[in-house]
Ligand binder design. Structure first.
Ligand code: NAD
Length: 362
């Protein structure tokens, strides 16, 4: 029987609640797919800092290093809590960015997906999204403003200043573009390149590299769109997009907009893939506003399990079964609190997970 080692990092806020549902799904998949998951749980983020004084403790690194894949819940503290701990140990700076750097997870896949039968969850008009939403955002994840040189201090006049640099080199740009072209080639052969070359030099280089890489994918049509226009276009009519590629910060912002047009961030799983290791996480944060109430939507975390099954373990059939179970629960008329449309029976976090497992066992 094939055995896979998973590092499970429940994280902060709603993280442990939705990670619990992912565990249930993994158990159901073990039986169904005749495989074994060895899950090692480890602290990461704010909770890890409280326990050990480090947001990404040594022991967690060892567990992640030894794993075949990492399944991560959201991390993050409320502003008030974060203000209590040193700036370098705050969850994103102390754990998330170091994890991305450690495993060089440059390719972030963020499916923005709502099947036809669930289109009523979207806040967009039925005539626009009646057939559902299906696009894929590819975000560069280890470069740009988030990873460039940073400094802060006081200038000669005694004024506080901050300097953060947006850095990319051509190799970094080319490798994410190859990922995006590859995905576009597998889908509708249209790639939207999201940029800001009217203002940013980084986008000028990005677009030059794109021209070079595009030569290797003659079947893919490239359409250029400036990031601010892309935000509007996504709200007005997401049907015009299939695969979109963008640098780190643009992807951070536009993919949350993706959650908005689906109806909830709770519908946004993601895969963060590096040359040797990948980790999987909901695209949303730790939702401190609803943590501990048992009402978080675990779809994003369970969808991240599906992405892990397919991408890291090559178990396409089991991944499909998870997607189909997730969709099936909604199609049966259930919803979580964030998606509570008229007529739906609202399930709590555990209740939704149970229904997914029931379908996987059926
Ligand atoms: P958030 O994504 O946590 O929440 C935004 C809104 O969406 C909230 O109203 C929340 O209740 C709702 N929401 C999010 N996920 C949901 C789910 N699964 N089910 C139902 N509702 C859901 O964004 P925020 O409030 O700006 O950030 C909270 C913390 O998360 C911050 O500390 C932030 O830094 C962190 N964060 C972490 C990650 C990550 O771990 N990759 C990503 C984004 C934000």
């Amino acid at each position: 029987m094939k055995k896979y080692k998973i590092a499970l990092l429940p994280g902060d806020g709603i993280g442990p609640e939705i990670a619990q549902e992912a565990r249930k799904v993994l158990a159901a998949i073990e039986v169904r797919g005749q495989m074994e998951f060895e899950c090692a749980e480890a602290a990461f983020g704010g909770a890890a800092y409280m326990q050990t004084g480090r947001a990404f403790p040594e022991q967690t690194m060892e567990i992640c290093d030894a794993a075949d894949a990492i399944l991560k819940g959201p991390i993050g503290l409320s502003k008030e809590e974060a203000d209590q701990i040193p700036i370098d140990e705050q969850p994103e700076r102390g754990a998330l960015l170091p994890m991305r750097r450690r495993y060089d997870t440059f390719a972030n896949y963020r499916p923005v997906y709502l099947p036809k039968g669930l289109a009523h969850f979207s806040p967009l008009k039925a005539e626009v999204v009646g057939d559902g939403i299906d696009l894929l955002m590819i975000r560069e994840l280890v470069g740009g403003l988030y990873f460039g040189h940073k400094e802060r201090g006081k200038d000669d006049a005694g004024r506080r200043y901050v300097r953060e640099t947006l850095e990319y080199d051509e190799v970094q740009i080319a490798r994410i573009l190859h990922v995006a072209f590859g995905e576009a080639q597998k889908r509708k052969r249209v790639l939207h390149n999201v940029h800001k070359s009217n203002v940013l030099l980084s986008s000028v280089l990005w677009n030059q590299v794109l021209e070079e890489v595009a030569g290797e994918y003659p079947q893919v049509e490239v359409r250029h769109i400036i990031v601010d226009a892309a935000a509007t276009a996504l709200c007005l009519d997401p049907r015009q997009f299939d695969v979109m590629v963008m640098e780190n910060m643009m992807g951070d912002i536009l993919s949350d907009l993706g959650g908005g047009i689906l109806g909830s961030l709770g519908l946004m799983p993601s895969a963060c893939v590096g040359p040797d290791k990948a980790y999987y996480e909901p695209a949303h944060g730790s939702a401190p506003d609803i943590a501990g109430r048992g009402i978080a939507n675990p779809y994003s975390m369970i969808g991240s399990v599906a992405l892990m099954l397919e991408t890291s373990f090559g178990r396409v059939e089991e991944a499909r079964a998870v997607w189909s179970a997730l969709e099936g629960v909604f199609a049966d008329g259930y919803a979580t609190a964030d998606l509570a449309v008229e007529g739906a029976t609202v399930l709590d976090t555990a209740g939704f997970g149970d229904k997914v497992v029931e379908r996987l066992r059926a």
